[in-house]
Design a protein around this ligand. Structure first.
Ligand code: NAD
Length: 303
């Protein structure tokens, strides 16, 4: 890999939810590297209520003050017409779209027993449907260009679960699922789709963690991981976990499994062999559904 893979000059990025927190840092860093940035932010509160154009405009002013190129956009990522208008505006002003960072997000935490569907729907709408709306709006443009980098923002909550975040976790796991398929569909057009799973001190986490932990989780540590995923050096269909200066890969694996004779294909048979079925010794990732089918066929023929 050459340094050129990390050369972004002339590229154009749309970053959703970039009026503050992590998105603002991505915008500042990419702009410094010569990327023209669309700073999108609805400018609402943490639970998604309200709106204001000033958050995005302030980041654009910061970028311009250091000699970068940026425009502000206040589209709600769930509003398809507004997102399509943002994409049209991007093409109008900057002429192309190389990078989309789906970063906008809200929180409405409650234990599932107390979670009204309105809080479920709103969180799934912003994170999962919002990312689908924005990705669809740039997808064919990237296909025609023959290049694109799309980042989905998942979360340890979506990968591993977190008390009080069934809505958020479901949406974040959905983004990982969307990445798995879009990365396949985009590969031949050099569109790479990856996930970032950050942990960082922002307004989203300031109420959830103590001051010492928040200090360790400086949001600046996430930016290099996201910028890497925006680059020519980016892998495809990977989940990069980033927190406090540690970077790791999260992957779904499947155990080798056990092919049972017909007589044992019963709940009792599965219970009796649970140790072997769940044995992780030879667990490995499955690249796609067809590889999963091939694994099953192999298990049957070698049983
Ligand atoms: P943040 O609240 O500072 O940033 C989220 C931004 O999204 C806000 O500026 C908000 O105005 C904007 N936004 C919300 N709804 C929008 C909508 N409908 N349309 C456009 N913009 C909208 O929080 P953050 O921590 O910087 O979060 C950024 C992303 O990272 C989110 O997707 C979040 O879920 C994810 N994440 C954060 C952490 C963490 O530890 N901070 C952990 C895992 C995942």
């Amino acid at each position: 890999m050459t340094q050129d893979a990390l050369n972004f000059s002339g590229q154009v990025a749309i970053i959703t939810g970039a009026g503050g927190g992590l998105g603002r840092l991505y915008a500042l860093d990419l702009a410094k590297r010569g990327v023209s940035v669309v700073v999108n932010d609805l400018g609402g509160s943490l639970d998604g209520s309200g709106s204001s154009a000033t958050a995005a405009e302030a980041v654009v002013e910061e970028i311009k003050a250091s000699g970068g190129k940026a425009i502000a956009n206040a589209a709600d990522v769930t509003d398809e017409a507004a997102v399509n208008a943002m994409v049209a505006q991007t093409l109008d002003v900057f002429g192309r779209i190389d990078i989309l960072i789906n970063n906008a997000g809200i929180l409405r935490d409650k234990s599932f027993a107390k979670m009204e569907m309105v809080n479920w729907n709103k969180v799934v709408d912003v994170h999962l449907n919002g990312a689908a709306v924005c990705t669809r709006a740039v997808w064919n443009i990237m296909k025609e260009q023959g290049n694109g980098r799309i980042i989905m923002t998942t979360s340890p909550s979506g990968l591993y679960g977190n008390f009080g975040q069934a809505n958020y976790g479901a949406a974040k796991a959905g983004l990982w699922g969307m990445m798995n398929t879009l990365g396949l569909e985009g590969a031949k057009s050099n569109i790479h789709v990856n996930c970032i799973a950050p942990s960082a001190g922002t307004r989203m986490t300031e109420e959830l963690m103590d001051a010492g932990t928040l200090k360790l989780l400086a949001p600046e540590n996430i930016t290099p991981a996201v910028v890497f995923l925006c680059s020519d050096a980016a892998p495809n269909r990977k989940v990069l976990v980033a927190a406090a200066g540690t970077y790791s890969l999260a992957e779904m694996v499947e155990t080798k499994g056990l092919h049972l004779p017909e007589s044992e294909r019963t709940p009792e048979g599965i219970a009796a062999h649970w140790g072997q079925i769940s044995d992780r010794a030879e667990a490995e990732p499955i690249a796609n559904v067809m590889e999963g089918v091939a694994k099953l066929v192999k298990a049957m023929t070698s049983a």
